[in-house]
Design a protein around this ligand. Structure first.
Ligand code: T4K
Length: 442
């Protein structure tokens, strides 16, 4: 149903545009037949984990795609980051952007390393290499760049800083599998790079990740560490943990890899459609992907300039949630404003003006193979209506710190999944209530 007036909006009592929730990060699923065939094989052979044939094949395919010599598949990217950090011998302080998923910072803090938060370039959202250099102290042992949204950070500038100060350089490439920078695939930079294959990533292994590197000695160390330090039966040569990827995860990954070009193609098509449909909506910027680099186009990133739209990003999020479009505020409020960092570094925000500004503007919209062009058309129609009538809508919704997300959308994680039955429009008082679970929208 096309929405023409403010009264049509569900947040003001209209019927939600979508009966089922439209998610950011809905998994791409490749060929079910191929997956079931692989699962059948692993059940037949009874080889479920510990470097089985699917994991070995998956590692070879990942290394090939990233153009590197070594890939070590893991149970998720957070553990992969922890292991890469430890294997590189990072200690003391490590410089990271605050504008990233919390796992980047936690992977350091988890092993008593202090994350030192760096600001970003407001145009690209990537870590600012100039500020990195200013944050170096005698305790600094390394830098972790993050290739946010599948765009790449300034790898050359970061490498130059790392070289000048004899620092280790790692990349959190959780978003950047299949991407490239100036003709070189992501995976080839720094000491090592870490991919995520979480369910919400465009290539998924249910849960999963990988460390890739060209350094044979480092790869060997990482492989040992992710298997308790076992060199061979009964021979533990270093401290380690359990970071292994399971065979069923690798089976999913191999199946997804067979459809990789299709996934990227759909993401690209969706991105182009969002561009077209949101063109000319004043105050709404769609982050662009540099056509000179390869990308997986897996995030649709809007920036809402409230000075122009007159409606805040949070109000727009509430409008979309009421329509059952679960747009996300990644990575609000910034790592430095989450615990334990908020208490450890209460003044960190003073050095992070661009991050502080951006976390209040960014809104991520759904894409991937689960989203149809017709749904994108309707989502953009809602954004256009809300922004074009921003001033009036903002007055009706009211301002405030609270995100006016329908309570029924926040009551439980289970309700994040598509409802069997269409949900009734929320009662007016519920619409503007404090979210019961704020963690679900940030
Ligand atoms: N570094 C960076 C820069 C990262 O972005 C991440 C992860 C990491 C490191 C760590 O990687 P992993 O250790 O996870 O491999 C999600 C993902 O869980 C997380 O992997 C991802 N980044 C982050 C950006 O997004 P949440 O807290 O937003 O997840 P959740 O449960 O709210 O799900 C997002 C949406 O996806 C929901 O609307 C529901 C939908 N969904 C989710 C799952 C799991 C589905 O439709 N199906 C599903 O199976 O963190």
């Amino acid at each position: 149903m096309k929405k023409n007036t403010l009264n049509d909006l569900a947040v003001l009592g209209g019927i939600p545009s979508f009966e089922e929730k439209i998610h950011v990060g809905r998994p791409n699923i490749g060929s079910r037949e191929r997956l079931m065939e692989r699962i059948g094989n692993l059940l037949d052979t009874r080889w479920l984990s510990n470097s089985g044939p699917y994991v070995e094949e998956f590692e070879a395919r990942i290394a090939e795609k990233a153009g590197v010599r070594h890939a070590v598949a893991m149970c998720n990217a957070t553990v992969a980051l922890q292991i890469a950090i430890r294997a590189c011998g990072l200690t003391g302080e490590v410089i990271v952007p605050s504008f990233t998923f919390i796992a980047t910072a936690h992977a350091l803090e988890w092993q008593q390393i202090t994350p030192v938060f760096c600001d970003i370039d407001p145009q690209t959202h990537q870590i600012d290499p100039n500020q990195v250099e200013r944050l170096i102290t005698p305790r600094t042992s390394g830098i972790i760049g993050v290739h946010l949204w599948g765009r790449t950070c300034d790898v050359d500038a970061l490498a130059a800083v790392a070289r000048r100060h004899h620092l280790k350089l790692l990349f959190d490439a959780a978003h950047a599998f299949g991407c490239s920078s100036k003709g070189r695939s992501i995976g080839q930079f720094g000491e090592a790079e870490v991919f995520s294959f979480h369910a919400t990533k465009f290539l998924n292994t249910f849960e999963g990740g990988a460390v890739v590197t060209n350094d044979a000695a480092l790869a060997d160390k990482i492989r040992l560490m992710q298997n308790f330090g076992f060199r061979s039966y009964d021979d533990v040569v270093c401290s380690g943990t359990n970071g292994k990827m399971s065979e069923i995860a690798a089976a999913m990954g191999l199946t997804g890899l067979e459809s990789l070009e299709e996934f990227i193609g759909v993401n690209y098509r969706n991105y182009q459609q969002y561009r077209r449909e949101l063109e000319g909506v004043a105050g709404v910027r769609l982050l662009n992907y540099d056509a000179a680099d390869e990308s997986n186009y897996q995030y649709i990133v809007l920036e809402i300039d409230e000075a122009v739209t007159r409606i805040s990003r949070d109000q727009l999020a509430a409008v979309l949630w009421a329509e059952n479009v679960l747009a996300r505020r990644y990575f609000y409020p910034g790592c430095h404003r989450m615990e334990p960092y908020r208490s450890l570094f209460p003044d960190a925000g003073q050095n992070l003006p661009h991050t502080e500004h951006l976390v209040r503007r960014v809104l991520i919209l759904p894409t991937g193979t689960a989203v149809e062009p017709e749904q994108i058309r309707r989502i953009c129609g809602i954004v256009r209506l809300a922004v074009c009538q921003g001033e009036a809508l903002s007055r009706l919704l009211g301002h405030g710190e609270a995100v006016p997300v329908p309570r029924d959308a926040l009551d439980s994680a289970a309700e994040m999944w598509p409802a069997e039955e269409p949900e009734p429009a929320p009662a007016p008082e519920a619409r503007l209530a404090l979210p019961a679970r704020p963690a679900l929208i940030g």
